[in-house]
Design a protein around this ligand. Structure first.
Ligand code: PAF
Length: 280
């Protein structure tokens, strides 16, 4: 496994790599969710690359960039054990040199939900992923459904800018009690951790009434709100949204002919938890 810190060297080694080349972009602090992407990439590809880069431009001024969990040595051991060939670990000035001033600005797909709660977040995500795709030129890149709007934004950018990468979405990996794995779960206190699975229970309640025939988005969302409102430690429900799973546009009625995503964001102590299910 080679660890590379410059864009030039990463491009050179990617060009020389066997094909197909699979890429798993990450911000490190790897958990089983990331490893499920890595394993799929390894299975699908002749050569496998991962990137570890805590991308400053996707964090807002009052967000946790400085304190985001970092565990580079352990991450590299895990990637080595999974058989990664190339790991790109650039310092910030390598990705954003002095004078960097060109951005990928997603459109309406990034307006709601996380885009509304975190202004500029998806501009940072789209820009860094476009750069990673351009530097590494993978045949396939792997992302988790846990960040459902992020994958939709990346798919749209990849199509709109003809980047030509096969974007693969992998299922959310959950703890036995339903909590979706996330690097930020490490910030939860013991009591908050006990409350956290309510988010998935709320999604399951929404999915359940949809399965029983309900198609009104307001009533489906209320089923989720009912579960969340019983949890005193949840400080705020940022949103419970029913959206088209491809365009992220809000729906009033759930159609039977298009995939639909129900997404939730709540604030629990120091953490914003996000999760979603795709109906079907
Ligand atoms: O999901 C993440 O870890 C990040 O948003 C990504 C896709 C690696 C871009 O920085």
């Amino acid at each position: 496994m080679q660890v590379i810190t410059t864009c030039a060297e990463m491009s050179r080694l990617s060009w020389a790599a066997e094909r197909p080349l699979g890429l798993v972009p990450t911000m490190g602090a790897l958990h089983e969710g990331h490893l499920s992407l890595v394993r799929q990439a390894r299975t699908d590809s002749a050569a496998m690359a991962a990137s570890i880069f805590v991308n400053p431009t996707q964090f807002g001024p009052n967000e946790d960039f400085a304190t985001y969990p970092r565990s580079l040595e352990r991450d590299l051991e895990l990637l080595q054990a999974e058989g990664a060939d190339l790991v790109f670990v650039p310092p910030p000035h390598e990705v954003y040199p002095d004078g960097f001033d060109t951005w990928v600005e997603p459109g309406s797909i990034a307006e709601g939900m996380e885009g509304a709660a975190r202004p500029g977040h998806f501009r940072g995500v789209a820009t860094v992923v476009a750069k990673l795709f351009t530097i590494i030129r993978p045949d396939r890149a792997y992302f988790g459904q846990k960040d459902g709007q992020q994958v939709a934004v990346i798919r749209k950018m990849n199509a709109d800018l003809n980047l030509g990468v096969d974007v693969v979405t992998m299922p959310t990996i959950r703890e036995p009690d339903g909590l979706a794995l996330s690097s930020r779960n490490a910030y939860l206190s013991a009591e908050e951790r006990e409350t956290a699975p309510a988010v998935y229970r709320a999604l399951c309640a929404a999915e359940d009434i949809w399965r029983r025939g309900e198609r009104d988005a307001g009533r489906i969302q209320r089923a989720a709100h009912n579960i969340l409102s019983r949890e005193p430690l949840i400080d705020a429900v940022d949103y419970v949204s029913t959206v088209d799973a491809e365009t992220m546009q809000p729906l009033e009625t759930v159609p039977d002919h298009r995939p639909v995503m129900i997404a939730i964001a709540v604030r629990l102590g120091p953490v914003r938890l996000i999760d979603n299910v795709v109906l079907g």
